[in-house]
Design a binder for this molecule. Structure first.
Ligand code: BGC
Length: 480
């Protein structure tokens, strides 16, 4: 057999009856039909509205102080620090006018697993030491005595009164670093940079979703949303200031403000999402059981973990890996990542067997191969279909009829089936006619958006400051 799609109905019929029955049950539990997708989307629209209306709602709908789209003429060199769920990336980005390609030098710094539960000092030491190393290695300077402008992409929920400020509301994606929740992380970063006397100035703090949207809009005026489908999930879009009742501002009502939806928290009160027993277990075992309900069913950090729980369940029922000791590796939380899951759908039998052997020390026979392919497909399909609901809700709320969704994140970029499944589900939710000549909403690739977006937003912020439009900018620190 060549690839996952070759797992035919015939293969399933050859499974022992009890396993066949259980597989059917699992597949049914993970199925989201069109009616359910529409129901979830409708509830999503309500939660988006509630978040804009009042503070402290389920969806944070954070005002980011990124005002309007870029002109495409932003230029200059910027240092960018991008702290995601898996990597720390530092970039030196040069934006050029006249549509010349953006130049980027970058380096990834490993985030040790222990950093997730470290102290704030340990995190800032790691980041500032990496910045220092990067400046030296790339011999950075901007040809003057001015400090290098720095954009910081911090992909966790921040409440921002200013673009260069951000109070961390809660950690997500399994992070739990002490001494940061409720604190201004920009101030902490600034003081760590100042301690080392690094020649940089923090200009903007952004979310990866806002970065993806603005980096894409820099080149593509049809951009309507920035979406991250990666370790975590979330989106940003432009809202009129007049449609954000909770925002206190003197800005004209038609000013556009990027909103970071923080929609991984959708349905935290469990009103609409049909959770399987595996989803419930993930929440129960999580450090924050009542948070990020939607993210835990759809984002990359959790897809491999859902798969692990299903396979462990089958083993415990005596239906998979019979007679093998699956309890060492398969019993380890977060042992499997999304890559393992996508391999189940796209690798050959031999490759899958080698993966099971290497990662879990288990021998996968014919039954396990058939079942793992089908389970992996169900989990990834449900994830892609769920990822449509948040974006479709933004599109419906705004009455958008066409445009581009700029997507970044490991699931969007690396999972081969994601885009096709997402587009199919988007068509179902928005009732696209079957005889259309092109899809009205298209997912575009915003790879590196979280970095380039921080550079473009820093350029926009400096221009705004120079033009005297200072609402939402604090500009603390050493120089102007
Ligand atoms: C965070 C968001 C982020 C998303 C994608 C979520 O866990 O709360 O701020 O945009 O992950 O990285």
């Amino acid at each position: 057999m060549a690839a996952g799609s070759d797992t035919t109905t015939r293969d399933v019929r050859l499974l022992p009856a009890a396993l066949q029955k259980e597989l059917k049950r699992i597949e049914a539990d993970f199925t989201l039909d069109t009616a359910m997708l529409k129901k979830i989307t409708e509830r999503f629209v309500e939660e988006l509205r509630e978040g804009l209306e009042k503070p402290n709602q389920n969806l944070a709908m954070e005002a980011t102080w990124v005002l309007g789209y870029p002109s495409g003429k932003e230029a200059g060199s910027f240092l960018v620090v991008d702290l995601g769920g898996t990597n720390l990336r530092i970039c030196w980005i040069t934006l050029k006018t006249n549509a010349q390609p953006t130049e980027m030098e970058q380096k990834r710094y490993a985030l040790p697993a222990s950093i997730k539960t470290a102290t704030s000092d340990e995190l800032w030491d790691l980041i500032s030491d990496s910045v220092s190393d990067f400046i030296k290695e790339f011999k950075l300077h901007n040809g003057s005595s001015e400090p290098l402008p720095l954009g910081f992409t911090f992909s966790y929920p921040l409440a921002q009164d200013y673009i260069d400020h951000g109070k961390l509301k809660t950690w997500t994606k399994g992070f739990d670093i002490k001494g940061m929740e409720g604190e201004d992380i920009a101030a902490q970063f600034r003081s760590s940079l100042e301690k080392r006397k690094l020649p940089v100035k923090l200009v903007s703090v952004i979310n990866d979703t806002t970065g993806a949207m603005i980096a894409s809009a820099y080149l593509d005026p049809e951009t309507i949303v920035g979406g991250i489908f990666g370790t975590g999930c979330n989106a940003a879009y432009m809202e009129n200031v007049g449609s954000i009742p909770k925002l206190k501002t003197t800005l004209p009502k038609d000013t556009k403000m990027a909103i970071n939806c923080e929609y991984g928290a959708f349905d935290n009160s469990h009103q609409v999402l049909p959770r399987t027993k595996y989803d419930i277990e993930i929440c129960r075992e999580s450090a924050r059981p009542d948070e990020q309900a939607f993210e835990k069913m759809s984002a990359g950090l959790y897809l491999g973990e859902i798969f692990r729980l299903v396979m462990l369940d089958l083993h415990e029922q005596g239906l998979a890996f019979k007679g093998q000791n699956a309890f060492d590796e398969l019993n380890q939380a977060f042992r499997l990542d999304t890559e393992f899951l996508s391999g189940m759908e796209h690798n050959t039998d031999k490759e899958i067997q080698a993966r099971f052997e290497k990662t879990l020390n288990l021998k996968a026979g014919r039954d396990e191969l058939v079942v793992s392919r089908r389970v992996a497909e169900s989990i990834a399909l449900r994830g892609a279909r769920l990822c449509v609901c948040g974006i479709a809700a933004i599109i419906k709320k705004k009455g958008i009829t066409k445009g581009h969704v700029a997507a970044d994140g490991s699931v969007a970029i690396k999972h081969p089936g994601f885009r096709k499944r997402w587009t199919q589900a988007m068509g179902e939710v928005l009732d696209w006619p079957s005889n259309r000549t092109e899809d009205p909403i298209i997912m575009t690739n915003a790879e590196d958006g979280s970095g380039i977006g921080a550079a473009v937003i820093s350029a926009m912020t400096i221009k705004r400051k120079n033009d005297g439009l200072t609402e939402g900018i604090k500009f603390e620190g050493s120089t102007k």
